[in-house]
Design a protein around this ligand. Structure first.
Ligand SMILES: [Zn+2]
Length: 73
């Protein structure tokens, strides 16, 4: 089964939603800056989580991570 590694740290998980939750739980510059390079804003994703139904912030990030996060065995 493919696992995904966080592009900014050593966190590994098989589920991109789980990785998205991890990612938005980090407040260091490395994680925030990576989002910026992908055209997303940490503050925007957090705001979506707080104001929109259906985990919109996590889902948008999970989709991105599915494409961009390194795969590991
Ligand atoms: Zn991370």
């Amino acid at each position: 089964m493919a696992n995904y590694r966080c592009p900014c740290c050593r966190k590994i998980t098989s589920d991109t939603m789980d990785l998205a939750r991890h990612f938005l739980g980090q407040t260091d510059r490395k994680h925030k800056d990576w989002l910026k390079t992908k055209g997303l804003s940490y503050a925007q994703l957090i705001r979506w989580q707080g104001t929109e139904f259906g985990n919109k912030g996590y889902k948008a990030l999970a989709e991105l991570l599915e494409k961009e996060a390194p795969r590991v065995e």
